[in-house]
Structures are given as structure tokens and as C-alpha cells.
Design a protein around this ligand. Structure first.
Ligand SMILES: [Zn+2]
Length: 482
């Protein structure tokens, strides 16, 4: 929580020092430090909860307010939507310290009412309490609002989006499962898709266990029993993949950060150096015992057949081993082949010997419980952040780390466009283009005068674009006659 302790010169929102001075203490105490400590202890309670609301409220629940509720005046004593927007703009314009000075310190508004400007209903358990009681809550609300990316006011219309596409030279494209669903590839990490219902018969308590590295190590057959459903069957790709390739052809693609593991970007011709596969992919596989690496194609046949693919390097060693005289064979080993060559021993104690199994080839996708590829943070922070001039997020609700962090990590003046079926509220995009992402990108290309050819886009396709009422930067795309 960045409000506490307050940097020098800032006015922290905290229990007023006056109260501390009134406390009867035996020894002289630095009043200010006590006040800070008290305030700190309030904030520490939310250390393991990014929003902090639950911890702040104890048993009571703190209700969040939507802007629609402010607009409709449904909450007694709350700001109007206009007042709320003015307060938020003011906060971003002058910073936290000056904002608190101007409002709470000068008593131009109560903390209780100001909480509503930042989307918090004054909790019932504070009803009738002095206004200071709302300060800790307000401090969190202000910090949260201040760290949120602000929508840039200059980008709102489809024309703005098209102009950004045409003028930008270093575009980051963030993609998720939504760009592959038109190819029939299930959004396998989402809990409410067909794939997970298939897993019930495997007796898993949580379907995500299929992608848990510990479960994989225990019984890889569980993963491989469903992996064949995730693997793309042919070298096909969607119009949205084609759009990313088109950006590459035009020299505008800085990086495609994809959460998908289907490696379909490659089918579209997006070059490996332009892709960061944030969760790894099926493009390669590694032996869990000897770390022998192969290209993904080498084991696709086995995967398609529903088998557990085994390591050819391990097998060779085992076979070579079998031909050796008894005394030179290795002792039993739980952890593989090449690594413990040195453990060859000359005893003829046959009881120690067992026929070893080759290692399992694990596709290089990132399982739950495994580290994400280093490439992600390295490229984003040390390379792309300096160069990017447009961000386009497609087909992901941006709820899964680390990709969810990307819009916040990039400079705030870089425009961000969101393309998906449903809008997200937790981060402020500049332009929301809602609908089937294949339809949205094909219409954008049409308007940009770009030729996005794909057999899934009818040549005579007409797309209706309608604004969403109340949002000047939100537009719905729909194929005419669909
Ligand atoms: Zn191996």
C-alpha cells in the first residue's frame, strides 16, 4: 500500500495526530510515529488481498458501487456520477497528497461521501461513526484509483482505432483463447467449457489438476488422455491469427504475447522471434528424466493416439545398457539415465537391478506449479516497453497473470484497444471493440484499406458497427444478416 508510510511532504490519510496526543502515556512518545504505526497496522491487514476490501471490513462486507448506480442516484448520500468523475480527474491531475489536502484536510467534502466517488458504499458497521473512521477506507480507495490506468480521452471512435492501426509502428498484440475458438479449440483453462466436463470421469476434484505439474509427475496419462483434444488437428489458423501475420508483414508487429499453447500463430506464419508464448506451447517437448528436447511434431502422433510419449534418448541408453555384461549394468535409479552414468557399478548384486523405464516427454507448456518462461518479463520490460506505440488485446478477459499485468506495466500514454465479446471493467482500455474477434479485425482491415484474405471471411461480408449507449468509446460489431 503506497500511502503508508507517507513520503516526506505528503499528507497521509490516517488517524489524526491529535488523537494520539490525547492518549495517556507514561513515556514521551513521538506522536507522529505512533500515528503512522497505527495507520500502518490498518493497511497491513490487507497485505494478502490485493483489493483489501474483505480484510478491511472484518465480518461485514463492503459493497462496491458501479457508475450506473451513481448515475441513477440510488445510494443515499453518495456523489453524483458527475461529482465522482470530477473527483477522480482531480486526483489524477494533482496527485494524492494535494488531493487529500484539498478535500479532507480543508473539509470540503466528508470522507464518507468521498468514498462513494471511488466506488465504495459506506459500510453499515461504520454508520454513525465519526468521519475519521472512513479515512483508512478512503486511503485504500484513493490509492487504488490512482494506480489505475486512465483511459486516454483522445481515442474513442472506430476511425480512431483505424488511424492508430495505420500510424503505429510497434504494436504489442496480447492474445488469449478467444482467437482460437472459431477453429474449434476449446478454452481449456476456463472452467465452464466442454473440455472440463470431459474430465469428470477421470475423477479429478478440480479439473485444473490436469495441468498441475504434481499430478503430471504422478500420473502423466491423465494429461495425455485429454491432450489430444487440445492439439490442433491441421495446420489451420483463424482470421485473427491472419491479422497478426498481416501486422508482421507490414512491419508493425513488435511482439505477440499469447496465452495460447496451441502454437497456431506459427501456422499463420508469425515468426518465432515475434511471439512470446507466455504459457509455453506444444511446439517442443522435453524428457522429464534426461531433459532431452524434441520438436513437438515428433510426439504428436503418440499424443493423437492417446498414448504417453516416451523419450527416445532414454530408450537408446536403456537398450545399450541391456547389451552390456551383467556386472556393468546400473543400479536401480529413480531419476533417470544419462545423469547417473557415473553410478555404473561393478557389483553383480542382481537384486539391486531393475529394468528402467524411459522418461516421459512433457510438452513445453507451463503447468500450474511451474515457473513462467523468463522471456516474458525480460522482453516486456527491457525491450518492448521502450518501443511500443499501440497495444491491442484480443480474445482474453485478462484475468490471468502475468498477461493481466501487461497493460499496467506499459507507459500510460500508449493507446490500448480491446477486442473481445464482452468488455472488462478492471482495466481502462481506450477503445472497446466488442464482438466476434474475427469479425472485428476483418472490419478494421477493410476500413484501413488492408487486404486480410482468409477463407473464413466471406468476400462480400458486411459488418454493422453500433455504439453502446452511454459509452462513447465502446462499439459492437455484428455481421449483417448473421
Ligand atoms: Zn530421456
Amino acid at each position: 500500500m503506497d500511502l503508508v508510510p507517507a513520503p516526506s511532504g505528503e499528507t497521509p490519510v490516517k488517524v489524526p495526530v491529535v488523537e494520539v496526543e490525547a492518549v495517556d502515556v507514561a513515556e514521551p512518545v513521538n506522536a507522529e510515529s505512533v500515528a503512522l504505526e497505527e495507520a500502518s497496522s490498518v493497511y497491513e491487514t490487507d497485505s494478502d488481498d490485493s483489493d483489501g476490501w474483505d480484510a478491511m471490513s472484518g465480518d461485514d462486507t463492503i459493497q462496491m458501487l458501479r457508475d450506473e448506480q451513481l448515475r441513477d442516484g440510488l445510494v443515499p448520500g453518495a456523489c453524483t456520477l458527475e461529482e465522482a468523475v470530477t473527483f477522480r480527474n482531480r486526483l489524477h491531475a494533482i496527485g494524492k497528497a494535494a488531493f487529500v489536502e484539498e478535500t479532507i484536510v480543508r473539509e470540503t467534502v466528508t470522507a464518507k461521501k468521498l468514498c462513494t466517488a471511488f466506488g465504495i458504499v459506506p459500510p453499515a458497521f461504520l454508520e454513525g461513526a465519526p468521519d475519521e473512521s472512513f479515512h483508512p477506507l478512503l486511503a485504500i480507495a484513493i490509492s487504488r484509483e490512482f494506480s489505475r490506468r486512465r483511459k486516454l480521452p483522445d481515442y474513442n471512435t472506430i476511425d480512431d482505432a483505424v488511424r492508430l492501426l495505420r500510424e503505429s509502428k510497434n504494436i504489442i498484440v496480447l492474445t488469449g483463447a478467444g482467437i482460437s475458438t472459431s477453429l474449434g479449440i476449446p478454452d481449456f483453462r476456463s472452467k465452464d467449457t466442454g473440455l472440463y466436463s470431459k474430465l469428470e470421469h477421470l475423477g479429478l476434484s478440480d479439473p485444473q489438476e490436469v495441468f498441475d505439474i504434481h499430478v503430471f509427475r504422478e500420473d502423466p496419462s491423465i494429461f495425455f488422455s485429454i491432450a489430444k483434444d487440445i492439439l490442433p488437428t491441421e495446420k489451420k489458423y483463424s482470421p485473427t491469427h491472419g491479422f497478426i501475420k498481416l501486422l508482421q508483414d507490414k512491419g508493425k508487429l513488435l511482439t505477440n504475447y499469447t496465452q495460447n499453447i496451441d502454437n497456431i500463430e506459427a501456422n499463420a506464419g508469425v515468426l518465432p522471434e515475434n511471439i512470446v508464448q507466455c504459457h509455453g506451447s506444444f511446439a517442443s517437448a522435453t524428457c522429464v528424466k534426461c531433459e532431452h528436447k524434441v520438436s513437438g511434431d515428433a510426439i504428436f502422433g503418440e499424443i493423437k493416439a492417446g498414448n504417453v510419449p516416451e523419450c527416445s534418448a532414454c530408450r537408446q541408453i536403456i537398450e545399450a545398457d541391456a547389451l552390456k555384461p551383467q556386472g556393468l549394468k546400473r543400479k536401480r535409479s529413480s531419476n533417470g539415465c544419462q545423469k547417473d552414468r557415473k553410478e555404473f557399478e561393478d557389483s553383480s548384486d542382481e537384486e539391486d537391478y531393475e529394468i528402467p523405464n524411459p522418461g516421459v516427454m512433457k510438452p513445453d507448456i507451463t503447468f500450474f506449479g511451474e515457473d513462467l518462461p523468463d522471456e516474458f518479463g525480460r522482453r516486456l520490460i527491457h525491450h518492448d516497453r521502450e518501443l511500443v506505440d499501440l497495444v491491442i488485446v484480443i480474445g482474453t478477459s485478462l484475468k490471468v497473470a502475468p498477461v493481466a499485468e501487461v497493460p499496467g506495466i506499459l507507459p500510460r500514454d500508449i493507446p490500448q484497444i480491446y477486442i473481445s465479446r464482452t468488455p472488462v471493467s478492471h482495466t481502462g482500455f481506450d477503445i472497446d471493440l466488442l464482438g466476434d474477434c474475427d469479425v472485428v479485425v476483418s472490419e478494421l482491415c477493410r476500413r484501413a484499406g488492408w487486404d486480410l484474405k482468409h477463407h473464413m471471411i466471406p468476400v462480400d461480408e458486411k459488418v454493422d458497427v453500433t455504439p453502446v449507449e452511454g459509452y462513447e468509446s465502446r462499439h459492437v460489431f455484428q455481421v449483417v444478416g448473421a
